[in-house]
Design a protein around this ligand. Structure first.
Ligand code: IYT
Ligand code: CU
Length: 313
């Protein structure tokens, strides 16, 4: 079985071959209640720059709701594992991988790798959301996680994440439809989006992301945040170049709420996130970028109508 703790033992010696794998897995945990978020960290066993080129999930379908893999330099805790409520990392952090129940796993295109180690991030932090706790009534130990495939061989293309998020959306109670619009000018070397992930809490209906070039809107991805929040492939690959604008809209409903809903960390708060996974040529790649700017209403006047249509789940 793939979540077996037997085969999850971590390598002690830094692997010196060109290609090596790294298990980032929970250290035999037994969650005590439903909806527990546990985090564990793992330091890269080498100091040089290496590339993550593949991910293999090991998740117990009965217990794991989703898993997220972050990279950073300062994990929030030095314990073997901890409650993610006290944080994942205390420095700059990025998502590298997401696994969600019932969503097909997404692999990186050939020649594309996430750059880690060296002057970059040295730690991986794994977050596992354990759902229904009845699966743990026998108090067994769980070692869910992900095995990373790494290589020292320089990759021609570097993967990165561009995160668009709203920081100041307020959803009035009972309001049928409310938009959170985010947009930023793109001022870097060309990037090529190949996957995307959306994230909201319960009130999100649909999240859409676009490239705007010369007033023309081209879809990067559109998905319901109520479906498994994994990375989905960009259906019609495109480039994003200096001078373009990246824009995202989250559609929320305030129905069923009796108070204003704000952006925040709990299940009763909301979030509006669009993660764009891209690659860039190695020579001038930027690994992480984000955008938190409110979209101008004049710009969003021209957003395609599809962005306002909720996706039935
Ligand atoms: C306020 C908010 O929207 N938080 C999001 C996005 C976020 C991700 C990272 C914000 C920061 C980050 O360093 I990485 I500052 C958020 O927390 N999203 C959750 C996870 O925590 C990543 C998600 O599932 O997308
Ligand atoms: Cu959230």
């Amino acid at each position: 079985q793939s979540d077996d703790c037997q085969e999850s033992t971590r390598p002690v010696v830094p692997p010196d071959s060109v290609d090596f794998s790294l298990p980032v897995r929970m250290p035999r945990v037994t969650p005590q209640e439903s909806d527990t978020y546990l985090c564990t960290s793992y330091r890269l066993p080498v100091d040089d720059e290496v590339y993550v080129v593949d991910f293999k999930p090991h998740a117990n379908m009965d217990t794991v709701h989703h898993m997220l893999l972050f990279s950073c330099n300062v994990p929030s805790s030095s314990e073997d594992y901890w409650d993610c409520g006290s944080g994942t990392c205390s420095d700059e952090v990025s998502v590298l991988y997401a696994w969600a129940r019932n969503a097909p796993p997404k692999s990186l295109p050939k020649g594309v790798g996430f750059r880690v180690g060296g002057v970059g991030s040295k730690y991986f932090v794994l977050q596992v959301h354990y759902g229904d706790n009845r699966a743990f009534s026998d108090h067994h130990e769980d070692c869910s996680g992900v095995t990373l495939q790494l290589t020292r061989e320089k990759q021609p293309l570097i993967a990165g994440i561009y995160l668009l998020m709203s920081l100041n959306t307020v959803i009035p109670p009972g309001k049928k439809e409310i938009y959170a619009d985010v947009a930023c000018p793109y001022k870097k070397y060309p990037m090529y989006p190949f996957a995307y992930r959306v994230h909201t809490h319960h009130l999100g209906q649909v999240v859409s992301g676009y490239r705007v070039r010369d007033g023309q809107w081209t879809l990067i991805g559109r998905q319901s945040p109520q479906l498994p929040q994994a990375f989905y492939p960009v259906e019609h690959p495109l480039d994003v170049i200096y001078g373009d604008t990246l824009a995202a809209r989250c559609v929320f409903t305030g129905e069923g709420r009796s108070k204003d809903t704000y952006i925040g960390g709990t299940a009763n708060d909301e979030m509006c996130n669009l993660y764009i996974m891209y690659y860039m040529e190695a020579a001038h790649a930027t690994s992480f970028m984000n955008c938190v700017q409110d979209g101008r209403p004049e710009l969003f006047k021209n957003i395609p109508e599809e962005a306002n249509i909720p996706i039935p789940v």
